[in-house]
Write a protein that binds this ligand. Structure first.
Ligand code: GLN
Length: 482
């Protein structure tokens, strides 16, 4: 049952071979056993999970089941869920029990899915290794000396270690794709605006996008079918006709044009990753795809642009945590200003403070034009590069990360090195394009490697088709460390 696809689980539930109560109980047991080692979950609430499972069994008995009814899903602790502690990996929210559901949580609830627990993450989603969480590091289940990636490291670990059949993540600069790659699972960041940001604690609002993390592309399609949809409470939510993201999974790939940006295949990529990418591209050629060389001349600016814009937006978004309305408040203070200062100094960790300082600086009078405005202009140039590349190809491929998972502690003292882990992923957030990662093998120390697939706007169904066809002829996505 732990290696079973969502579709198979759904069939077993529908045929009453297993009940949601049984399924949920098994996963809760597994979490109890393994979570002390991995620290993938911050909160488990058996009472709520089992009550949802019971309700799901009733939906199934009444003939009202939808594809995900009764299936346990791990929710990143950035999504507000009613009655659940929702910490966003921060001490600031250590006491915050959400009084309402995020748009994404609402959609899973309506689908009859079971919330199996809240997953650990980098504090306020800032990080690439899950080492900035106030609730402790998460370990990579393939090698517990390695990071799981971040910021959705708990989610990636939970799916890889089979503590949940699937999970949600959020991706501001790579936080779904990078941990998916480092933990050997599949994950997709949809086109900006498709998944509601309502109740998803804001990091950098013009870049943040929720998405699913699972074993396979087929599972991702079923999850996207639930997660995507217009939400009037999110001002950048897109109003579009509903699509079935699984509709094209079985299409043959003959004639597919895969763009290979020469900048992504230059220096920077380690040799084990390069070998795995080449092998994956050969599989695609065997499937009838052709590769074409493309160029993204401004792509190398993605990291500096991202690290101006994301902190700028974060510094504004995080100003709401002031110790007044909710979250941490200092126990003693002299006056209001002192209360703000002390509450924020105590509630935020070092990386979050660094981002607030950078963000406030680049937005300040006198530096705004030099940094923030310049970064916005470059953001447009990067988007133009992609638009031009898509005149020659259907999808773009490359590595998700330059290396396999690094060791715990290896980069935590060096923010610049840490920031460089997003070198291939952040462009998709700057442009708003959909992008995904799928497992394609193992490299140094037998740690997983991910293939990055970037698509044009709203091409999720095509990208899932491209990923699924590869997963029909390979079995990397079926390998598990446990
Ligand atoms: N690693 C990047 C950062 O630290 C991206 C994080 C994310 O996508 N949430 O900002």
């Amino acid at each position: 049952m732990f290696n079973t696809s969502l579709k198979q689980l759904s069939t077993q539930l529908a045929e009453k071979k297993i009940s949601s109560i049984e399924l949920t109980t098994e996963f809760l047991k597994r979490i109890k056993q393994s979570n002390p080692e991995y620290n993938a979950f911050v909160t488990v609430n058996e009472d709520i999970s089992l009550a949802q499972a019971k309700a799901a069994d009733q939906m199934i008995a009444a003939g009202n089941a939808q594809p995900l009814t009764g299936i346990p899903i791990a929710q990143k602790d950035i999504f507000c869920a009613k009655g659940w502690l929702t910490t966003c990996g921060s001490k600031m929210l250590a006491n915050f029990v959400s009084p309402y559901d995020a748009g994404v949580i609402e959609r899973f609830n309506q689908a009859g899915a079971v919330n199996i627990g809240k997953t650990n993450m980098d504090e306020f989603a800032m990080g690439s290794s899950n080492e900035t969480s106030y609730y402790g590091i998460v370990k990579n289940p393939w090698d517990t000396a390695a990071v799981p990636g971040g910021s959705s490291g708990g989610a990636a670990c939970a799916v890889a270690a089979r503590l949940a059949p699937a999970a949600t993540g959020t991706d501001t600069g790579g936080s779904i794709r990078q941990p998916a790659a480092l933990c050997g699972i599949s994950g997709i960041k949809p086109t900006y605006g498709l998944v509601s940001r309502y109740g998803m604690i804001a990091f950098a609002s013009s870049l943040d996008q929720g998405g699913p993390m699972a074993k396979s592309a087929e599972d991702l399609a079923l999850l996207l079918n639930v997660m995507v949809g217009f939400d009037p409470r999110d001002s950048t939510s897109l109003q579009r006709e509903a699509e079935d993201y699984a509709r094209d999974l079985e299409k043959p790939l003959a004639g597919l044009r895969i763009g290979l940006p020469k900048e992504y295949f230059a220096e920077g990529m380690s040799s084990d990753v390069a070998r795995a990418i080449e092998a994956a591209l050969n599989e695609y050629r065997k499937l009838g795809a052709q590769t074409v060389d493309v160029s993204l001349p401004n792509a190398s600016l993605s990291i500096p642009v991202y690290y101006v814009l994301a902190p700028a937006e974060a510094s504004s978004n995080l100003s709401r945590f002031d110790g007044v309305r909710y979250g941490h408040r200092a126990a003693s203070y002299t006056d209001l200003a002192d209360m703000y200062r002390k509450s924020r100094a105590q509630g935020f960790g070092a990386e979050v403070k660094r981002r607030i300082l950078i963000g406030t600086y680049v937005l300040s009078h006198g530096y705004y034009d030099a940094y923030y405005l310049k970064a916005q202009k470059l953001r447009r140039l990067i988007a133009q590069d992609f638009a031009q590349a898509y005149e020659q190809c259907d999808v773009i491929m490359g590595p998700t990360t330059p290396t396999v998972a690094f060791n715990l502690g290896e980069k935590s003292g060096d923010p610049i090195q840490m920031y460089l882990s997003d070198i291939y992923t952040s462009a998709a957030n700057l442009t708003g394009m959909p992008a995904m990662s799928i497992p394609i093998g193992f490299g140094d120390k037998n740690r997983p490697i991910g293939l990055h697939i970037i698509g044009n706007y709203f091409k999720e169904a095509q990208m899932l088709n491209v990923a699924h066809q590869y997963q029909q002829v390979t079995d990397w996505h079926l390998r598990s460390p446990v």
